[in-house]
Design a protein around this ligand. Structure first.
Ligand code: B16
Ligand code: MG
Length: 217
């Protein structure tokens, strides 16, 4: 039985990838190498510091730890200035309807995001009240594909992992959900996202009945 639903944030509920991209691109420009949208795919679902390390690897740049901390802080400042003007209009299709339906069916929802800025995004888009639990990059030591973020979400909802369904748009997140012993619905195509139990292209293609059906297998 489905007793809880766990959502990734970026790429599932909101499209903040474009804001992350703009902020990372500014860092690459400053360091003198090009950073494309294709490169940006590698940063999806990845923590801030790991993202910076991938960016520097793409540019062939080696920096001291202190300099890296400064750049990560600079990136975050630009990113936060973008998300601070977000509103409900930036919720992805189907997000609002699904959260409302789950609430009316008494199925709790949790957030399982790598982003340390997740609470601000939930607040600005007006969806904080729909979540029984919020687990973000501030709460976990081990990033996806480690299952910690989703296991903690299940624990905070007081729901066993096998009764949870996860929505994810990144490979690391799908892997994390599987390792947690949960049912995973991939938001994206099977070719980019291996190992999910079902695929949709947006939350507009799912509802409580569909979630139950995927969970039953
Ligand atoms: P922050 P998710 C992830 O969020 C993003 O997909 C990823 O691109 C970003 O680097 C990461 O959060 C950390 O974000 O710098 O705000 O802590 O997809 O797990 O919701
Ligand atoms: Mg994501």
């Amino acid at each position: 039985e489905v007793r809880g639903v766990i959502f990734d944030l970026d790429g599932v509920l909101v499209d903040t990838a474009v804001h992350h991209f703009g902020a990372w691109k500014a860092i690459a420009d400053q360091l003198g190498f090009s950073f494309t949208e294709a490169h940006n795919e590698r940063l999806k679902g990845v923590s801030r510091m790991d993202s910076l390390n991938i960016l520097l690897e793409i540019g062939g740049v080696t920096l001291a730890e202190e300099e890296k901390q400064k750049l990560a802080a600079q990136k975050n400042e630009q990113y936060v200035s973008k998300i601070s003007t977000m509103d409900a209009g930036e919720l992805l299709p189907g997000a609002s309807n699904l959260l409302t339906e789950l609430q009316s069916e008494n199925i709790p929802a949790a957030l399982g995001s790598a982003s340390r800025n997740a609470p601000l995004i939930l607040k600005n888009t007006g969806i904080t009240p729909y979540f029984e639990a919020v687990v973000d990059g501030n709460d976990v030591e081990k990033a996806k594909p480690d299952p910690q973020v989703f296991l903690l979400g299940a624990e905070r909802m007081r729901v066993p992992p096998e009764d949870c369904v996860v929505f994810e748009d990144a490979q690391a997140g799908v892997d994390a959900g599987r390792k947690a012993g949960m049912t995973v619905i991939g938001v994206g195509s099977p070719s980019d996202l291996q190992g999910a139990h079902a695929y949709i292209s947006s939350l507009a293609e799912t509802n409580a009945a569909h979630i139950r059906k995927v969970h039953e297998g």
